[in-house]
Design a protein around this ligand. Structure first.
Ligand SMILES: NC(=O)c1ccc[n+]([C@@H]2O[C@H](COP(=O)([O-])OP(=O)(O)OC[C@H]3O[C@@H](n4cnc5c(N)ncnc54)[C@H](OP(=O)(O)O)[C@@H]3O)[C@@H](O)[C@H]2O)c1
Length: 225
């Protein structure tokens, strides 16, 4: 398993958890918002040292990276194109580019590839006060849906995890200028309705293992099985 994110210590903690389940883990601190295509390609190639892509019965990539964008501006006042570009760089363009590096490397075993895009209800349902996030998630999800149309041998899941107890939720409550959004997320938090990461991840894995999905589908934690 190759883990990519910025914070070294947190990566090391996650790696330790995986290793306790006998998973071999390599972790690299990478800022995906600025990583070049070559850096992403080389990072995967280096992690494969000693292996051939045909050694694996399945090759999975989880696109989990995500950020919220500017929550302190009303949608009707958004005008900072550079800020939008930076948001889209991390959440859409670099995700597409990383995915392409992965496909270049594992392309010879296309029928063993599984791609999971961590999406959101916000990709398909507008949420007041979250224009950056909703539009980015929608664009990212549509890229994976188009890819699924073209690559019939690859399994692609757009998994929407539901409201999860992570720092993202605290950031929304703290930064949003939208009173309704603040209220919705605060009540999720206070009523204890936020999901544990482990709970929603378990559902995601269950969906993958069951094979009960049409490639490109958007599947939500709350969808019936
Ligand atoms: N929490 C929810 O209720 C919820 C609901 C629906 C969907 N989601 C989606 O779930 C995914 C995970 O979100 P989360 O709730 O766990 O939020 P989070 O705690 O903020 O996690 C964001 C993840 O992205 C990584 N990341 C952020 N910027 C990065 C960068 N520039 N380069 C590399 N990695 C970067 C972070 O690691 P580093 O900080 O170490 O880089 C972290 O692993 C996101 O795609 C989010 O949109 C969350």
């Amino acid at each position: 398993m190759l883990l990519l994110a910025r914070k070294k210590e947190e990566l090391a903690q996650t790696a330790k958890l995986c290793e306790s389940e006998n998973v071999k883990v390599i972790h690299n601190s990478v800022d995906l918002s600025v990583a070049s295509e070559k850096e992403m390609f080389d990072t995967i190639i280096n992690a494969l040292t000693g292996y051939k892509v045909t050694d694996f019965t399945a090759s999975l990539i989880f696109h989990n990276v995500g950020s919220l964008g500017n929550l302190s501006i009303e949608t009707s006042r958004i005008e900072e194109v550079q800020e939008l570009r930076e948001y889209y760089d991390l959440n859409v363009f670099k995700v597409i580019s990383l995915n392409t590096q992965f496909l270049k490397i594992f392309g010879d075993v296309e029928d063993r590839i599984i791609i999971v895009n961590i999406t959101s209800l916000c990709a398909i349902k507008p949420m007041s006060g979250m224009a950056y996030y909703c539009s980015g998630k929608a664009a990212r999800e549509m890229y994976f849906r188009v890819l699924a149309e073209e690559k019939k041998n690859i399994v692609i899941l757009n998994y929407s995890p539901g409201p999860v107890e992570t720092t993202m939720i605290d950031l929304v409550i703290d930064k949003t200028v939208n009173a309704n959004l603040k209220e919705v997320f605060t009540s999720f938090k206070n009523q204890g309705t936020l999901l544990k990461a482990e709970t929603t991840v378990r559902k995601c894995i269950k969906v993958l293992v069951s094979g009960n999905l049409k490639s490109g589908d958007h599947i939500d934690f709350f969808d019936d099985e």
